[in-house]
Design a protein around this ligand. Structure first.
Ligand code: NAD
Length: 502
């Protein structure tokens, strides 16, 4: 850890538990053992609020991944985990949830320091979301069952279906909600009796490694969860083509999702892909304008826009467009730009200098494409990879800043005149992760919900997530669902059993 990071941590003060964790060498978690990469390679971990050196993590190899798959396979095929009764699995997952809750402040600090995000938001959203997801899925362990069927075939048969765990699940996650995204995939996998190998994002692996310590403390047998840190092109690629992985659950960008999906399908792996988005928000004149402006701003600037379902395109009824933009800018100006550990931080830094550069390039592109820069858009002085929240007005759907996922605090807006025009603009995207409607006219809202091509529709809010509700995209935003009872179907095989009776 360099002096910049030390001074930052001292300034805001972090818990002794976090200091202990950050002070020790990081290792991968494979078959219950804490290992360096087989070739000893490591990568630096950079703290985004200061740009300073935080530490290092092992850069695993295909060989390390293979070791982890073997450990997971051994537990699935007859190991202690496979012998547990559903209620015993349920109890262990609950114990893990309790430990995550108990260590919630520490995990939030680790997430904030590693990813750059607001520590307050991390505690309230990432960590609480992790606890809630584990608890929700724990309860499912004892409620999975098939059905008995009465066939019309001549003869006498007992016909029934069995739900069986799909096997070893490979999990690949991105850097924006590292622990929570992993928990979405892990909770359901453990409930169904699967075993898991996780590859965290190379930029944000620390919370997964601390979580693995809690998995051990909870008494979950070694090998049920394995964490292999490393590059996507090495560990991720090895995972998507490894014959020992039965199901791949990937969250990340659409281009990488396509590569991973193709590779997985070559072996008929079961597949879930949670991919990118460019979610629209439609604001009608009958909405509460102040409340809608706040919800739209929160929906795009939360986690500094590094959110897959961020509402990054706002279409606003023309009669209120100027007033709405004004309310939006006024509220946005109240969002504090600050280092992640600052308790008042709302706009935290981008995760990396590359991500900061990418967002700044899109802002420059928006100007060049002729969008009207309405708010922000100026570079911010370092240290840290900050980008000002930025609002473009009078955008056209043909612009790249309207069609491409920027993954930063950039909102594009445009006026519309009719309901049909708003719908056409909203659906005019390769993505279909989410959409939001702001209106108090229930008839209009209910009329539009079925016509929006999106996996989630929010009304008068944005990003209200709960483990009981499925999350996943239409179109290029993905394939399959995380969370909700729907996710379980993607982790279970259905076996049809025919017994000929005398
Ligand atoms: P990314 O696609 O670059 O990386 C995601 C993960 O894939 C990382 O762990 C990375 O190491 C790994 N990876 C990279 N190349 C790989 C390869 N060739 N084979 C296998 N794995 C590989 O995405 P990112 O930049 O980390 O995250 C941002 C993206 O994630 C955005 O597009 C965002 O919309 C998306 N996302 C989607 C959801 C959702 O639920 N739909 C949630 C969060 C983020």
């Amino acid at each position: 850890m360099d002096n910049k990071v030390k001074t930052y941590l001292q300034h805001f003060g972090i818990s002794e538990a976090t200091q202990r964790f950050l002070g020790k060498p990081q290792r991968m978690f494979i078959g219950g053992a804490w290992l360096e990469a087989s070739d000893g390679a490591v990568a630096a971990v950079i703290e985004p609020s200061t740009g300073g050196l935080l530490g290092s993590i092992p850069m695993g190899t295909a060989q390390d991944l293979d070791l982890a798959v073997r450990a997971a396979r051994q537990q699935f095929d007859g190991g202690a985990w496979s012998q547990l009764k559903p209620l015993e699995r349920e109890r262990l997952i609950h114990r893990l949830a309790d430990l995550v809750e108990q260590h919630g402040d520490e995990l939030a600090e680790i997430e904030s320091i590693d990813m750059g995000k607001s520590v307050v938001q991390a505690r309230a959203v990432d960590i609480q979301g992790t606890v809630d997801t584990l608890r929700y899925f724990a309860g499912w362990a004892s409620k999975l069952h098939g059905r008995t069927v009465e066939p019309s075939l001549p003869g006498n048969y007992l016909a029934y279906t069995r739900k069986e765990a799909v096997g070893v699940v490979g999990v690949i996650v991105p850097w924006n909600f590292p622990l929570q995204t992993m928990a979405w995939k892990l909770g359901a996998a453990l409930a169904t009796g699967c075993t898991v190998v996780v590859k965290p994002a190379e930029l944000t692996s620390l919370s997964a490694l601390r979580f693995a310590e809690l998995v051990q403390e909870a008494g979950i047998p070694d090998g049920v969860l394995n964490i292999v840190t490393g590059r996507g092109s090495v560990v991720g690629a090895a995972m998507s083509s490894h014959p020992g992985i039965d199901k791949l659950s990937f969250t990340g960008s659409t281009p990488v999702g396509c590569t991973v999906g193709k590779s997985a399908l070559e072996q008929m792996k079961r597949l879930t892909l949670e991919l990118g988005g460019k979610s629209p928000a439609i604001v009608f004149a009958d909405a509460d304008i102040e409340a809608a402006a706040q919800a739209v701003a929160n929906g795009v600037f939360f986690n500094s826009g590094q959110v897959c379902d961020a509402g990054t395109r706002a279409y606003v009824e023309r009669s209120i467009y100027p007033q709405f933009l004004e309310a939006l800018a006024k509220y946005t100006a109240t969002l504090k730009i600050a280092p992640g550990l600052d308790p008042d931080c709302f706009i935290s830094p981008m995760v990396s200098p590359q991500q900061q550069q990418r967002v700044l390039e899109y802002i420059a592109l928006g100007k060049a494409e002729g969008a009207r820069l309405y708010y922000g858009g100026e570079p911010l002085e370092g240290p840290g990879f900050f980008v000002q929240p930025t609002i473009f007005a009078d955008c056209d759907n043909s612009m790249r800043i309207v069609q491409e996922e920027i993954f930063g605090p950039v909102l594009v807006t445009a006026p519309f005149d009719t309901v049909q025009e708003a719908l056409t603009l909203a659906n005019d995207s390769q993505f279909g992760l989410a959409a939001a409607l702001y209106s108090n006219d229930l008839g209009k809202v209910h009329g539009l919900i079925p016509r929006l091509r999106a996996g989630t529709v929010y009304v008068n809010a944005h990003s209200t997530l709960d483990p009981s509700m499925p999350f996943g995209g239409y179109k290029q935003s993905g394939y399959g669902k995380d969370m909700g009872a729907e996710q379980l179907e993607f982790l279970l095989e259905t076996k049809a059993v025919w017994i000929t009776l005398p």
